[in-house]
Design a protein around this ligand. Structure first.
Ligand SMILES: C[S@@+](CC[C@H](N)C(=O)[O-])C[C@H]1O[C@@H](n2cnc3c(N)ncnc32)[C@H](O)[C@@H]1O
Length: 262
């Protein structure tokens, strides 16, 4: 399934800050090693448009960078005063206990240079096992400061649960958390960790969308806004909206972005 640029603009309006993400979604991302499903780009552009319309500001942070394929898309959308933070064990791979990806800081920095509209100096890398991280002054990561938080580090249930607890502290009031590999059969720990978070010790993050191998969550206060847009307006294949784990979610196959024809 595809969506043309012209259709995206009809749906979202034209946002000049999205230009670099659009060129990255059309071509640039293919030069960065990773496993991204291209359907996540229109979803991310739509989330950015909603946040812009509502006046939400903030930066981007990802736990689990590999070589930056998704982080670059998020960083390209943020303004130059935003906090941009990339967390990975990087070369300390003995802490990558389930061998999910393989962080490479040098490759990440090269990819920022060639595909990101922000200078490398603006992007802070933190080399750490996410299990050792704290939000706050000790680790210098400011809570509530990020409108995009991506969780894609260790894929065990323990890591996922821990990283969702970090994400709920990091995300801004109207921000969105992306949880990767929620439906991937190789990484069932992600589903187990999510269930632990949502069912057994409910935190403040509520899912509203599952597509392109990611689950999108927000605080309960903004769940209705995001859900309504994706349930009613965003084009997806095999789309369905229903109650799951006590929350209403939309699921479906999101389209890849293509340039306008002719
Ligand atoms: C699936 S890859 C991330 C892919 C990336 N988000 C992208 O867009 O290409 C997982 C990453 O998590 C890192 N990682 C694994 N365990 C970790 C942990 N406990 N703490 C922080 N990072 C971890 C790995 O080094 C690897 O780079």
């Amino acid at each position: 399934m595809f969506i043309q640029l012209v259709q995206m603009e009809k749906l979202l309006g034209k946002l000049p800050a999205q230009e670099r993400t659009i060129s990255y979604a059309l071509e640039g991302y293919k030069d960065v090693e990773g496993w991204i499903e291209p359907g996540i780009f229109p979803v991310t552009l739509a989330l950015d448009a909603i946040q812009n319309k509502l006046g939400f500001t903030g930066g981007a942070i990802e736990i689990g960078i590999h070589q930056g394929q998704f982080f670059i898309a998020l960083a390209n959308l943020c303004d130059t005063s935003s906090d941009l933070v990339a967390i990975d064990v990087f070369e300390d791979q003995r802490k990558n206990i389930d061998n999910s990806g393989c962080g490479d800081e040098a490759a990440f920095r090269r990819n920022i240079e060639s595909n990101c509209n922000k200078p490398n100096a603006m992007i802070r890398t933190i080399k750490s096992d996410s299990l050792d991280l704290q939000v706050g002054t000790r680790d210098g990561i400011e809570g509530g400061n990020f409108r995009f938080v991506s969780v894609d580090g260790g894929h065990s249930a323990t890591h996922t649960y821990n990283d969702l607890l970090l994400a709920e502290k990091l995300v801004s009031d109207g921000g969105v958390v992306f949880l990767d590999d929620i439906l991937h059969h190789h990484w069932m720990g992600v589903m187990e960790g999510f269930m632990r978070y949502r069912l057994f010790s409910p935190g403040t993050l509520v899912p509203f969308l599952v597509t392109a191998n990611k689950m999108m969550l927000s605080k309960a206060t903004h769940h209705g806004t995001y859900l309504e847009f994706f349930a009613k307006h965003f084009p997806m294949g095999d789309k369905k909206t229903y109650r799951w784990t006590g929350d209403i979610i939309t699921v479906g196959i999101s389209p890849a972005l293509v340039a306008d024809s002719g």
